[in-house]
Design a protein around this ligand. Structure first.
Ligand SMILES: Cc1ncc(COP(=O)(O)O)c(C=O)c1O
Length: 519
């Protein structure tokens, strides 16, 4: 039996050091590794461990381990056999699976309130396993027939809530929201500066400088995309935000006009629904009008909030989404499937081919046919691509969209309740009215001297993470640290949130006591 103590002396990790691996023969093709029966045994072993993990509804956040300790633990789980193929030891496999589970953020626990990745729907994980075993790179129809057809189906399903002309819009899946934002902004640049793909910066001689306009609160992937595209920090125009951290619509025209006077050509305006920090929804309906009038590509980063499209009750927050030239949606956030699964939509199908150009006779055909017409490789950056859509489609196909809508509505409603609770707690300050399932606040007890302890909120978050019961995050709001919760799993109840507040109070008071005794 493997067992070692972690530094916190919890025996959650296994120790392989005491056990030498059985050594198999060399030569041949290690048939056991590909044996279907052996696969079944390994899968059953993993599923048994995962069932136990899912059944555990205790409140837990993250068992944070020193990397040096984890490194040693992981090394000890390796067989260390180089000359011969080792015989697989099930205890060692179990220990690795347990270690993997135990060292992760416990996303299915009610203690997890920290980030935007979800407590994923287990069935979606089962489909992920199928995808891994059949292992088809889905950028090409010939290798990913079902995924490519299903992408069309899911595009049409979402278009029921968008209202674009069928057959004239397009959707492609990409590995994450960051890559989807980059892809869309590249498509926008190529659309407005058509020679840049072939001539690079030389195409700009004598022209206005390309620039993009983004919210002050935009996700960092937007600025990264601008960096990758050579747009340059100075050409990123920051649109001011209002008290609710939404782009302040009154200031948009003057800001765009001032940029034009500086010799900038804003080719793309990026709005967010919702923002990463507080989940704010920019006024996309009005922004859609302004960008149309000024002939600017309108991109909406809906990584977090565009999933609200599926809810009849909440869809109104996305009024105007049909005006976007492109928008993205991370199904691995608010549609509760395992990462990655990002959907990138284009209003104009022809423009979905605009991001990339390529020639590669080994994969691309000169003439398209009924099969290659379904390839997505010309539209996405990846060559080998996971069949990203499958996890989403299978759950959607078997349960219907109401499953997603209910879960989203429940979490948004829950966030509103959490906000109301905070309103009635005089030692807490709320910082915004939540629009979805992200909520930021501060613990400000009477005995806190804020200027003497500027990192108070950040320190609380650090201590809470270390204690391991709850996992929450932090963010700067108006330059000052705040606590941030994101409700992403179905186990969460009001009682859990109250327990979190108690823990924040206890942690904060202990910190204040400690800082006094340090004086
Ligand atoms: C608004 C927004 N855009 C983009 C991203 C990046 O998405 P991904 O993590 O899938 O790359 C995030 C992630 O948190 C986000 O909140």
């Amino acid at each position: 039996m493997y067992a070692i103590d972690s530094p916190s002396s919890k025996s959650i990790y296994a120790d392989a050091s005491t056990k030498q691996p059985a050594v198999g023969k060399r030569g041949g093709m290690a048939p056991e590794v590909f044996d279907p029966q052996v696969f079944r045994e390994h899968a059953e072993l993993a599923i048994t461990r995962l069932e136990k993990y899912l059944a555990d509804s205790s409140i837990r956040g993250l068992a944070l381990t020193a990397p040096s300790v984890l490194l040693q633990t992981a090394k000890k789980l390796m067989v260390g056999e180089y000359e011969s193929i080792a015989c697989l030891d099930k205890e060692r496999l179990t220990a690795i699976i347990d270690l993997y589970i135990a060292t992760g953020i416990q996303v299915h626990s009610p203690g997890y309130m920290g980030r935007q990745f979800s407590g994923a729907i287990p069935l979606a994980g089962v489909i992920d396993l199928v995808s891994s075993i059949v292992n088809q790179p889905s950028s090409f129809y010939e290798a990913g027939q079902l995924p490519n057809v299903v992408e069309r189906i899911m595009a049409d399903e979402f278009n029921r809530f968008i209202g674009w002309v069928p057959e004239q819009f397009a959707m492609v899946t990409t590995s994450g929201g960051s890559l989807a934002n980059l892809t869309a902004i590249l498509a926008a640049r190529n659309d407005k500066f058509p020679h840049m793909w072939s001539e690079g910066a030389a195409a700009l001689t004598g022209q206005l400088r390309p620039a993009i306009a983004v919210s002050q609160d935009a996700h960092y992937s937007i600025c990264r995309a601008a960096g990758i595209l050579g747009i340059g920090e100075e050409q990123i125009i920051r649109l001011p935000v209002n008290r609710n951290k939404q782009i302040c619509i009154k200031q948009v025209r003057p800001t765009l006009e001032a940029a034009a006077e500086r010799g900038l050509k804003i080719f793309c305006l990026v709005a967010s629904v919702g923002t990463t920090s507080v989940g704010a929804f920019d006024p996309i309906d009005e922004l859609g009008e302004i960008t149309r009038e000024k002939n600017i590509w309108f991109h909406i980063d809906g990584a977090h909030g565009a999933s609200l499209l599926v809810s009849d009750k909440l869809r109104h927050k996305l009024r105007g989404i049909e005006k976007a030239d492109s928008f993205i949606l991370d199904a691995h956030k608010m549609l509760f499937v395992p990462a990655m699964c990002t959907l990138l939509f284009y209003k104009d199908k022809a423009k979905s081919y605009g991001a990339f150009r390529q020639e590669a006779s080994y994969v691309f055909e000169k003439e398209s046919d009924i099969y290659t017409e379904f390839d997505s490789a010309e539209k996405n950056f990846e060559c080998t691509k996971r069949p990203l859509i499958m996890n989403l489609w299978v759950v959607w196909a078997l349960y219907g969209k109401a499953l997603f809508a209910d879960k989203i509505e429940q979490l948004c409603q829950f966030t509103e309740s959490a906000y109301q609770i905070l309103q009635n707690e005089p030692d807490f300050e709320t910082l915004h009215h939540p629009e979805a399932n992200i909520l930021c606040f501060r613990y400000l007890p009477e005995n806190l001297c804020a200027w003497a302890f500027p990192d108070f909120q950040v320190e609380i978050r650090k201590q809470i993470r270390q204690a391991g019961k709850f996992f929450i995050s932090k963010v700067d709001i108006d330059g000052i640290g705040a606590l941030r919760v994101v409700f992403m799993n179905h186990q969460i109840e009001v009682g859990h949130f109250r327990l979190l507040l108690d823990e924040i109070r206890a942690t904060g008071q202990a910190l204040l006591k400690g800082s006094k005794s340090d004086d």
